[in-house]
Design a protein around this ligand. Structure first.
Ligand SMILES: CC(=O)N[C@H]1[C@@H](OP(=O)(O)OP(=O)(O)OC[C@H]2O[C@@H](n3ccc(=O)[nH]c3=O)[C@H](O)[C@@H]2O)O[C@H](CO)[C@@H](O)[C@@H]1O
Ligand SMILES: C=C(OP(=O)(O)O)C(=O)O
Length: 428
């Protein structure tokens, strides 16, 4: 086990290249199960979620190669092997194995997913969708059992706008008989990316990226090659770091339109954001103004950027209210930021941040992926050294974070935890 150490307070400058999108990758990889022949995905991020999914596809008989961020999956020998435990618990997106395996084999046994604990994360809408398509779904001892004689297209209205349920229902429906309509669908760019891959595989999908998706089931799907979209959350994290501690940072391989809500909020704070074709440039910002944010489904402000944005607000002049309407308890980073001298209080679904304060280095724990991003941003701003444990969460979603930040001039490194530190963590 490792920890991250950051000696803060150094100005950051230069260029950083964004990797492929985690939340696309984790759906594209299970989608390959549906094909009849090999699928290649280019530009995958080097994160542990991708490695976990590679292992899961191999467990069910897939032949998988992963080299230079390019994965090729030959699904021809795959079987509907139950996956009740093990790797499925290490990530959230193992839930996509439910839709993909149900679609392909008409049966699946998948353990309940892990991933970031952000308060309750139900999957009732996924299950409602599978049932509407004709599956019997039961939950037995922490695993979801899915079985169908045949899957038939259906009209499915999602009671909550859910990224996971929208993609999972698409995966299950592309090989179903007849037409499926998903109403109140989520509109995130990752959904369009998955629909693009499935369409290249021969699926018939219309409306991905709007709130009504129409799918006409086909008999079979074939192999193809697909290039993943850039990670808007990774890009947003570096934009926040650039606004907080940058002296001119160019963020390369980004689709600026995917980040309009963040760009608008940064501009409101007084940050100059230059949008180019596939790059964003943020020069040094002298003074930041506090702004309120409220997370919403896409194209609203993403919940995944709420935590790092909170760190930025500690440097802004005035009082700001951060409200998370998606995950009302996504505030585990706040206690840790307080250890670093932040002045923040949590009231219900909101955090009230008072700034500006000079953060100071401390020993802190990343409870989840974006809490980790918030603490890294804080460490870069802080006076002194910050030690961050819980690095395994950060490695789920940020490729080469130490190298990328070092390339910008940060003093950041990994260290092995001592046995005593591991013991302390296990008892905390
Ligand atoms: C692997 C992946 O892509 N993860 C992203 C995905 O998670 P995930 O797909 O888990 O998030 P959802 O979009 O499903 O969740 C949105 C909201 O709907 C609720 N809900 C969801 C499903 C359901 O069946 N019932 C239900 O009530 C959730 O509790 C939450 O309040 O979208 C989240 C919201 O943008 C992001 O934070 C995660 O990074
Ligand atoms: C919450 C996240 O991931 P997951 O849904 O995979 O836990 C995230 O990417 O911020």
């Amino acid at each position: 086990m490792e920890k991250l150490k950051i000696a803060g307070g150094y100005p950051l400058k230069g260029e950083v290249r964004i990797s492929g999108a985690k939340n696309s990758a984790v759906a594209l990889i299970p989608a390959t199960i549906l094909a009849g022949s090999s699928v290649t995905i280019e530009g995958l991020p080097e994160i542990s979620d991708v490695e976990m999914l590679k292992g899961l596809l191999e467990e069910i008989g897939g032949k998988v190669t992963l080299e230079n961020n390019e994965m090729t999956v030959d699904p021809s020998q795959m079987v509907p092997m139950p996956l009740p435990n093990g790797r499925v618990k290490q990530l959230r997106a193992s839930y996509y194995l439910m839709g993909a395996m149900l679609g392909k084999f008409k049966k699946a046994v998948i353990g309940l997913p892990g991933g970031c604990y952000l308060g309750p994360r139900p999957i009732d809408q996924h299950i409602k969708g599978f049932e509407a398509l004709g599956a019997q779904v039961t939950n037995e001892q922490g695993a979801i059992y899915l079985r169908a004689d045949e899957l038939r297209g259906a009209r499915i209205y999602l009671d909550v706008v859910s990224v996971g349920a929208t993609i999972n229902i698409m995966l299950a429906a592309v090989l179903a008989k007849g037409k499926t309509i998903i109403e109140n669908a989520a509109k995130e760019p990752e959904i369009i990316d998955v629909a693009t891959l499935l369409t290249n595989m021969g699926a018939r999908i219309k409306g991905a990226g709007t709130d009504v998706i129409r799918i006409e089931g086909v008999e079979e799907l074939h192999g193809c090659r697909h290039t993943i979209i850039p990670d808007r959350i990774e890009a947003g994290t570096y934009m926040i770091i650039a606004a907080a501690a940058g002296e001119g940072i160019l963020i390369d391989n980004v689709i600026p339109q995917h980040l309009e809500s963040l760009i608008a909020k940064l501009r409101e704070m007084g940050v100059v954001v230059e949008e180019r074709d596939d790059q964003i440039y943020i020069p040094k910002t002298d003074k930041l103004k506090a702004v309120d944010i409220k997370t919403l489904v896409y194209p609203g402000f993403p919940t995944d950027l709420q935590q790092p944005f909170t760190t930025l607000l500690t440097k802004a002049e005035g009082s700001a209210i951060v409200t998370d309407t998606i995950y009302g308890a996504r505030f585990k980073h706040i206690d840790e930021l307080r250890r670093m001298n932040a002045s923040i209080k949590v009231e219900g679904r909101s955090a009230i941040v008072n700034g500006p304060v000079q953060l100071t280095g401390a020993r802190v724990k990343a409870s989840d992926l974006r809490a980790g991003a918030a603490l890294i941003a804080a460490g870069l701003l802080a006076e002194g050294v910050t030690e961050i444990t819980g690095v395994e969460h950060i490695d789920r979603g940020y490729s080469f974070i130490v190298d990328k930040l070092s390339g910008l001039g940060a003093t950041i490194w990994r260290e092995e935890l001592t046995e005593r530190e591991i013991e302390q963590l296990e008892n905390s």
